[in-house]
Write a protein that binds this ligand. Structure first.
Ligand code: GCU
Length: 332
């Protein structure tokens, strides 16, 4: 009655994934296919999105098409806070978030928002791929989430509509959009600017309408969001290294068989490897793209920025985040 290979029935859509009854070509009867939904806030040509597309391909390969991933970019399914909440409830199987947003759920993630914490990229990756990174992934389980892998999000720097930020004094009186993170707010305050927390998806229009004077992000995000069409000054002060994190809902995870969990883990791990390769290439390309469109890219002396945020480091002394910062600094 139905042609082979044609979708024959949609069963239920619950707990972050859809069960689809699909008739495989040349076969009699159907097999159950599970489709996992993943929502995130980045654009289709962002290296993190591209890596997750690769994850979807790997998942199909590994599972022989029995476990699939449907990715909704650009905040289509909600902003980062909303996507985390949907994932906690199991209404979405996976989400990719910045650890800055996760700070509102797990305070220890504030550590990544503390400026000039990492000596260099090697230090950053030794932390993420070592004991501390593993502990942080594990901590997500207390929030009904499971950390699957880290994605590179480079270093964040200021961009503004028209004021070059060569020293912290240049931020005075400027409204700077920050992520929904107390640490990001404290950082911009420490540097003398006026922090304005806002969703990433609202930022383009807010810049256009002069609701804010600037923002801060890594080169691929500055470029793929097209914020450079409005902001013509990008000052690479590289104040923070805030990684991205792939999260799976604990509820959706528990509904997968051990074999399916293994496929998902493997596909995520493979995507993380590809993402780090893509990152370097796309960061350099992003700087070229924005410069070609008339953005002035500068590399200010970092020392005045480092000096201005020193009190912020001291403010964590004696706290849990302070203890984590000390452990991070001690990583070779
Ligand atoms: C980065 C990060 C996103 C985040 C964005 C932001 O681009 O990868 O997950 O939404 O920063 O500034 O909000």
């Amino acid at each position: 009655m139905f042609a082979a290979g044609v979708l024959v029935g949609l069963l239920v859509a619950t707990c972050g994934y859809t069960w689809v009854l699909r008739q495989p070509s040349g076969a009699v009867g159907g097999v159950a296919v599970k489709e996992l939904k993943l929502g995130h806030s980045l654009d289709l040509n962002h290296p993190v999105h591209l890596a997750m597309e690769r994850m979807a391909e790997r998942l199909e390969e590994l599972s022989g098409g029995r476990l699939t991933l449907s990715i909704s970019p650009n905040g289509q399914l909600g902003n980062e806070v909303e996507c985390i909440e949907l994932t906690q409830r199991g209404s979405m199987a996976l989400t990719k978030t910045s650890t800055a947003t996760l700070e509102g759920f797990l305070p220890e993630f504030a550590a990544f928002g503390v400026p000039y914490l990492f000596r260099d990229e090697e230090h950053f990756w030794s932390v993420l791929h070592g004991e501390i990174g593993d502990e942080l992934l594990e901590a997500c389980t207390t929030q009904n989430l499971r950390g699957l892998c880290w994605y590179d999000a480079g270093a964040r720097s200021f961009y503004t509509v028209k004021t070059p930020i060569n020293t912290p004094a240049d931020l005075k009186g400027l409204k700077i959009r920050v992520q929904e993170s107390k640490t990001a707010i404290a950082m911009v305050e420490a540097l003398g600017g006026a922090p304005t927390p806002m969703n990433f998806g609202e930022l383009y229009t807010s810049l256009q309408q002069s609701l804010v004077d600037g923002a801060e992000n890594n080169p691929p995000s500055f470029s793929s969001s097209r914020h450079y069409e409005v902001c013509k000054e990008y000052s690479l002060d590289e104040h923070t290294m805030v990684p991205d994190l792939l999260l799976v809902s604990e509820i959706a995870w528990q509904k997968l068989s051990e074999q399916e969990q293994g496929w998902l883990r493997q596909a995520a791990a493979d995507s993380a490897v590809l993402q780090r390769e893509l990152w370097k290439e796309r960061s350099d390309k992003a700087l070229e793209v924005v410069q070609e469109s008339g953005v002035q890219v500068t590399r200010p002396d970092k020392q005045p920025f480092i000096d201005a945020v020193r009190p912020m480091h001291e403010s964590y002394e004696g706290t849990d985040v302070g203890a984590l910062l000390e452990r991070i600094l001690a990583v070779e």
